[in-house]
Write a protein that binds this ligand. Sequence first.
Ligand SMILES: [Zn+2]
Length: 417
Amino acid sequence: MVLFIYKLSNAIMPQYIVRKVKIGKTLQLDELARAAGELYSRTIVSFWRTVRKKDVWLSGYSMEKWHISDKLHAHTSDAVTQSFYASLKSWRSRRKTDPNSKPPRRRRWFYKVIWKSSAIKLSGGKLRLSNGKGNQPLIFDWRWDKPKQIEMGWNRNSQCYELRACYPQPNVNPIKSSRTAAVDLGEIHPMVIADGINTDIYNGRLLRSKRQYQNKLKAQLSKLIDSKKRGSKRRKKLIKSKQKQLAKINNQIKDIEHKLTSKAVSILKERSIQTLVIGDVRDIRNNIDYGKKANQKLHQWNFGSIRQKLEYKCAKVGIQTELITEEYTSQMCLSCRRKNKPRNRNYRCSCGFKTHRDSVGANNIRAKYLGEVPVVGLMAEPSGIRWYPHIQCNSTFLRVEESPEFPELRSEAIHGE
Ligand SMILES: [Zn+2]
């Protein structure tokens, strides 16, 4: 089970922590998703028809009164209409800058089903999602808290439905200390974290090999697909297989990133770091041309997703994060501030200072942020942290990677209202 913050598509709610649980595929779930799709399509058709014929843009409120579904909870019906109006609103604001943007017009066979807190009940370890009078509720074994809102959507990778349970982000007391650490996100090492004394180098070999394999597989399968006739069964089969295989590697990469970042944050918390400075490398992709091979590496270098994971995991334990630009930081000597180009794994300066080349960047980011020269004498030898499948996170609060235990789906069993 992976916990993370993400923006709900319909923009009804601000940032929430979302717990995703796969729930399989049953007739009842299909029925619910279809009812939501039917209601959504009706809303969309009525809306545009009134615009066309009467030149009136109906309000969301009157639309909620007009169209409801008797197969869904009243508030679930409202949520379907609201999500149409949310996408309408986002189109209107997008239109100001992008004249080619298109309003929502597409009808849906299936649509996400949203249960608001009035339709969610939790008692005795059972979560009950009401679908309105006369309809069977959904009942799940649930070992977590009662969510604020639940959304049911289709998980394309696993070809099954999943619940996205939303919880408000907890207020965590910020860690009170003046200790600052900096992280250098890189391609060879996904993260190097320096806090003035310790420098931890996170090993990225596995992550790198997964990405290389991903590239190879992508190329091989694309070639194979191109050799098949368009529209043929064989081709369709191959395309499906390609998506499946790539999704698998993607999941493995995500898993490694989660484990590394969780480990890093738990170490930061243990050392009572209050602020984590992240070297901002966003420009690198746009500005520099290193040649075909290096470019592919750089473009795949997933600092964006690692940065995002670090940011929300830090927020969860009360560590602040700051972004700063990362110029020359990997070349400047920590002791005398001269610039040197490191040749091999070791960084050597004419002033006599030497260290592991990868620890220089993070220490310089930290120094730049604090506006002070690092005290070289205090620094310990950099230590390496490797990924291994059962890497432990020290803090229970951070143990977000549990084995995926899906609550048993009980929707087929008949439970009266
Ligand atoms: Zn020097």
